[in-house]
Design a protein around this ligand. Sequence first.
Ligand code: SAH
Length: 356
Amino acid sequence: MSVIFSLEAEPSLSRETLLHWLREKDPSALETLWRHADETRKAHVGDEVHLRGLLEISNHCVRSCGYCGIAAYREGLTRYRMTAEEIRDGARLAAEVGCGTVVMQSGEDYGLTREFVAEAVRFVKGDVGLAVTLSLGERPEGDLEAWREAGADRYLLRFETSDAELYERIHPSLPGRHSDRFAQLRQLRRLGYEAGSGVMVGIPGQSLESLAEDLLAFCELDLDMIGIGPYIADPATPLGKSLASLGEEQAPASEELVLKMVALARLVRPDANLPATTALATMDRAQGRELGLTRGANILMPNLTPAKYRRLYAIYPDKAGADQGPTQTVEGIKAKILALGRTVGHGPGGRASTRS
Ligand code: SAH
């Protein structure tokens, strides 16, 4: 391997090196990448795998993202919003099964009012004693401020792709409100949140070059958490019907490319928290989570959404775990962690506490 593409030689990987690895096809060369990512994970965040209990608190959404199955335009989908009591029960369950964090995720739903969410945050933080991550879309600064004051620790907002033109195409702005997730991530940092972002891999029209730019953006934003999953086409969405492709340079929505992105994300942001995502597990039910965990990831997010809502949070089709009860999900996940010779993390598992 030539020196410029060596993983040891460079403290921060160049655009050229990143692109080289994204294009690499030779399995024995890729072994080097997997090994470096795993060693870097072990050196910087250790063997603990932290569990974040996911509550999908609403599938209402004002947005019309071309990739997402719960977008506003989606007809024939029963919409739900969890009650305060259901959220409280979910948080208690998360604590019982050993999660250090509750992640509340939803469509961009203004029916989830500032005060409703603040109250839920106070309960999870104050009464149950777990860390709180929010992933509620592009909310106004006043909401983000109020939730931070109520005790929320982290916020997840994927920028989806750093290709501005592609982003605009798949994620239309709301009238009069230009969508700039980079600006919003900086705002989250200013407010004192740990900031999480990430991308989908294999969006029609996404190039390998733009994936290299995504990795550079992870560095520039100094992200605390990075979620990377395959784009999964949903025929109920405009993008799911699209046949757009860049030919040779089109990034495939393949498991190997997702794993390369996870491994490279670990190398460029050694102490960040990286989940092995549900989308990866959906693409490879047999071993997606394990492959993620052995190629850079250190976080799993068991889905604790009440059974009656699970299928309705249909951001993409056939989501892994949609048919399992929470205890079954968590027990299965813990068994996988132990089988890899890793341990189940205790405590909130924020970036600050794992920073080397
Ligand atoms: N409303 C919130 C949460 C969205 S769901 C927000 O927009 O931030 C969380 C993530 O699921 C999205 O950021 C997106 O990266 C991913 N997602 C949505 N649709 C998807 C699809 N069809 N395939 C793969 N991932 C998808």
